[in-house]
Design a binder for this molecule. Sequence first.
Ligand SMILES: NC(=O)c1ccc[n+]([C@@H]2O[C@H](COP(=O)([O-])OP(=O)(O)OC[C@H]3O[C@@H](n4cnc5c(N)ncnc54)[C@H](O)[C@@H]3O)[C@@H](O)[C@H]2O)c1
Length: 251
Amino acid sequence: MSSSFAEQVVVVSGAAGGVGREVVMKLLEHGARICATDITSSVQDLENLAPGRIVAVAADVTRSDDVERIFNRAEDAFGPVDILVNNAGFIISKSVHDTSEEEWDSVMNANAKAFFLMARRALPSMIERQSGSIVATGSISSVVGLPEQAAYCAAKGALLQLVRQMAVDYAPKGIRVNAVGAGSINTPFLTRYLDGLENPKAGEAAIKSAHPLGRWAEPSEIADAIIYLAGSSASFVTGHILMADGGYSAR
Ligand SMILES: NC(=O)c1ccc[n+]([C@@H]2O[C@H](COP(=O)([O-])OP(=O)(O)OC[C@H]3O[C@@H](n4cnc5c(N)ncnc54)[C@H](O)[C@@H]3O)[C@@H](O)[C@H]2O)c1
């Protein structure tokens, strides 16, 4: 059974990126009304996908005033927000001894603090209506330590713990909170990572072979997992991380 999102109001962050854009496209197919947001101004182009059913906001989700602006726009256009897809994120690949304080803060802010800010703004109207669903894009880095991903592992681990904590706090209010634990995904995020390596081809082969399925994910495969958790098909699922990682964490 697939969920219906007809008339549901969804905020999607990181919507100009590989996974976020796929989430937006699939939710539109399922009838949702969407507020798509990203720090990149190209997010505005998404409004052309379905005029009247999608609004776009260029905003930095690490700033509470920008988060306020995102939700105000969503509510003005469509009414109270039913679903939050907290998907924005980025990585700086360094070990602790190489990571500057600014780099640490920027990764923690984009992946962990932003989730707190977005959820904090989404929750009051969900609590009032005793209904809501929140999905965060986590990573294999939420559950295992990966080389040279100090701040990113810490941030995605914090994101997962906040998922679990909020699931417990808000289950009595009818609100579910879940995460997707993504393996490597074929998006600009991964391209930037590979470009930073001495030998990108060797890096690509190593990444693929680290996933038992022998490849990385396409963004639509991660979007499908997000949409499953977001919708009514997952009505008894909360506090869960769905590993969409090609078997990476099963080894
Ligand atoms: N690509 C991978 O291999 C991979 C693996 C595991 C998890 N993830 C996670 O998947 C999610 C989606 O990433 P993607 O692969 O689509 O990468 P992407 O770079 O294509 O998309 C991420 C988007 O987040 C936006 N963003 C970053 N910081 C922001 C901020 N402060 N405010 C607003 N927007 C901001 C970026 O502009 C970008 O459009 C991220 O949370 C990422 O950490 C990615």
